[in-house]
Design a binder for this molecule. Structure first.
Ligand SMILES: [Zn+2]
Length: 720
């Protein structure tokens, strides 16, 4: 990496500049946080000291408590230091009923009034309509069909069902026919009576206000009964006007706490970044409890937020607080200060990521105007792209259709129901037949095993006649390629050449090489990924299909049961053109301390295995990929690039319908000193060649125009 023209080197320098800028910004954030805390203390001062005479009598009772305090979550930046995910300071309203005493209902009534005046929304998961006539908002209010530990169906109580059946409430009582399955109205009346919101004996019935109060009390009762916790976050992200009103009313047990929420610096890379959320009491609490997380901690749920949870989270702190009997904190002392999490620096280049996602969306938009057999426009087909460097670093990873992290919670049910599966990360989860992009693998295996030589010519007559059956055709049939060597055969994508090369090599060796190139193996990326399948007798057996020697022919040209992810295919090309060093894929570049001053952990890229490829063999294969880029259909996209490329197209029939095909395209650049490799897949795409335009757009972004390198492109020219 000593070449000053190397983008990696330039990015390093840029990252350093960015880091310095970021440190300033982080300090600002911390300052803001302190200012917020100071404001809080000022309000306390006002209540405790200035208006002290009213309160002193109450403060005589002091209640010491120990609280866990969440650490500030680390940020996520791209390889150049561009901010992708950061934190925003916000104010939450927490309720502590233990401090409300007999005034509880009055305090809550007043709080809800203030909320309505200020338009503040609060948490309410009670599944009863907000206004009369009372109806359940779910089909299964009390119980649902779940599974027991052995996977047997079992009727399970919902949160409401468990609470309603508790002996102290008996809102629901299986032994009493009157209360076996109460309607929403009956349940609400019982709840409101228990909560002393209405007097049933006087014939009072709940109204909309009582329903609102019952909703808040339901949340509180749920917590005090299930996790033995008297506090809960009533509303998030409230503003200063609301806070002053709450303070003016001196509502005991209503606390304003500072918190942080995630803010996104990009609308791209949703599948990579993932998101955070509250700990799930059922599936996650046990795990995080062992790690000493507070129950109200925010944790990673998907993507790198989940993968780097340990480093991003930091260490929660513990403070001893002393409260008066109204729940006001009158002193605090840290027994352990919270330590902020580390910041994650990704290998991702956001300029490249944005270009890649935009190009996929544009291509898909052109495809969508297609009309299906029934005359209706066909639904959006999926697309995927993966761009890697020569040591497995992921520079861009895109899946179409995608979603926006800042709005996905509101649209979640739509996204989940969408048949084009926008939540699915096709780049690591999609399994596609590689088609002819597999031919380089067959070539390496056949050359390395000395079954063919770089100069040997094999005849294509349009039909491969070694076996009596099958006798598959070359794609050019009824035409023919005549005599071709391995370089010609890659350029022309001659099937007959690779039928012969694959047959001589044998399926066992093909599988062995595929595995060494990481095909049908986990790439190691920090995201959820599929492993895929390498065609062969073992795979056919798994799918309950027969295997004949003739199957090797189709396997040699990337058909049969070969199924790989786009990321695997990109990394396979990188492994090939870097000379045979197979690296794990990774998104992590390094972790930095919370102020960006220190690198706390660097990703150590070391080859998983090395394939001994004869340079002459590699040269013959690369030459075929280069020659293809110079053919008329390819050259019109690649000729204007500042670098030379090598490429290979693939078109694979999908297993279900022969009429439906997926288009696959792989390439690398620069040809004489490869730095990046990429794979594009279009579900239902016509032919791999149609993806060349997209590939050229991605390469243009990386090597010449716009984005991460635009600032330096003028200073030290990357153009060749
Ligand atoms: Zn041929």
């Amino acid at each position: 990496m000593n070449n000053p023209f190397d983008p990696g080197h330039i990015q390093e320098e840029k990252a350093e500049r960015e880091a310095r800028r970021l440190k300033l910004r982080t300090n600002l954030l911390i300052a803001l946080f302190c200012a917020a805390l100071a404001g809080f203390v000022a309000v306390l001062y006002q209540t405790q000291i200035v208006r002290g005479s009213d309160y002193r009598a109450n403060s005589a009772v002091r209640i010491p408590q120990t609280e866990q305090v969440n650490s500030v979550r680390g940020e996520i930046v791209d390889t150049c230091g561009r901010m992708l995910v950061t934190n925003e300071v916000s104010y939450n309203v927490e309720l502590d009923t233990s401090a409300m005493g007999s005034e509880r209902n009055g305090i809550l009534r007043r709080l809800l009034e203030i909320c309505r005046e200020e338009g503040v929304e609060w948490a309410d998961s009670l599944p009863i309509s907000k206004t009369a006539p009372w109806t359940f908002t779910t089909d299964t209010p009390y119980s649902y069909q779940g599974e027991n530990g052995d996977g047997e169906p079992e009727e399970k109580a919902t949160s409401l069902g468990s609470l309603a059946a508790l002996p102290q409430y008996k809102w629901l009582d299986k032994s009493d026919p009157q209360k076996e399955n109460p309607s929403a109205g009956e349940l609400l009346s019982s709840m409101c009576a228990s909560f002393r919101l209405i007097d049933v004996k006087k014939g009072e019935v709940p109204g909309a206000t009582e329903r609102e109060l019952a909703g808040v009390l339901y949340e509180l009762y749920l917590r005090s009964n299930s996790i033995n916790n008297n506090t809960y976050v009533f509303a998030r992200g409230v503003d200063i006007t609301f806070i002053s009103k709450v303070k003016e009313n001196a509502l005991a047990g209503v606390r304003i706490e500072t918190a942080t929420t995630r803010r996104y610096g990009t609308s791209y890379a949703a599948h990579v970044l993932g998101y955070t959320g509250a700990i799930d009491p059922g599936s996650e609490w046990e795990h995080y409890q062992e790690l000493d997380y507070p129950m109200n901690a925010t944790v990673g749920k998907e993507g790198v937020e989940l993968a780097f949870e340990e480093q991003l989270h930091g260490t929660s702190g513990t403070r001893r607080i002393v409260k008066d009997q109204d729940g006001n904190v009158i002193s605090q002392e840290w027994s352990k200060e919270p330590e902020p999490g580390d910041n994650a620096v990704l290998t991702l280049d956001m300029a490249l990521q944005a270009t890649t996602e935009d190009l996929l969306a544009q291509y898909a938009a052109r495809q969508e105007v297609k009309v299906g057999e029934d005359g209706e426009p066909e639904p959006a087909k999926g697309m995927a792209a993966a761009v890697v460097d020569m040591s497995g670093g992921v520079l861009a990873l895109a899946s179409y259709p995608t979603y926006d992290l800042s709005t996905f919670r509101e649209n979640y049910s739509e996204l989940l129901a969408d048949k084009s599966e926008p939540l699915n990360n096709r780049a690591t989860m999609g399994r596609y037949a590689p088609g002819s992009t597999f031919k380089m693998l067959t070539a390496v295996a056949a050359l390395s095993e000395k079954k063919i030589t770089p100069r040997e010519r094999i005849e294509c007559t349009g039909t491969y006649t070694f076996y009596t059956t099958p006798q598959p055709h070359c794609w050019i049939w009824p035409g023919r390629h005549n005599w071709e060597n391995v370089t010609d055969a890659i350029k022309d994508s001659c099937n007959c050449f690779f039928f012969e090369a694959g047959r001589r090599t044998g399926i066992a060796k093909l599988r062995e090489y595929a595995q060494q190139f990481g095909l049908g193996e986990y790439t190691g990326i920090e995201l959820a990924e599929e492993k895929g399948w390498v065609a062969g007798p073992e795979t056919s057996e798994h799918f309950d299909l027969p295997w004949f020697d003739g199957n090797t022919l189709n396997a040699s040209i990337g058909q049969d049961n070969n199924m790989f992810t786009p990321l695997q295919l990109a990394n396979y090309v990188a492994t090939l053109v870097n000379g045979g060093n197979h690296y794990a894929c990774h998104l992590l570049k390094e972790f930095k301390s919370s102020d960006y001053s220190r690198v706390t952990q660097t990703y150590d890229a070391a080859p998983l295995n090395t394939i001994d490829i004869d340079p002459a063999h590699l040269a013959a294969i690369k030459q075929g990929m280069y020659d293809l880029s110079k053919t008329y259909t390819m050259a019109r996209w690649f000729d204007s690039l500042p670098v030379e490329v090598g490429c290979k197209t693939g078109t694979a029939e999908t297993s279900a319908k022969a009429a439906s095909t997926n288009a696959v395209f792989v390439c690398f650049a620069p040809y004489d000193d490869p730095q990046i490799a990429l794979c594009l897949v279009a579900e239902g795409g016509d032919a791999g060649g149609s993806l060349a335009e997209l590939a050229a757009g991605i390469l243009a972004q990386y090597f010449s125009t716009g984005g991460s390198l635009s600032a330096v492109a003028g200073e030290n020219t990357l153009l060749r």
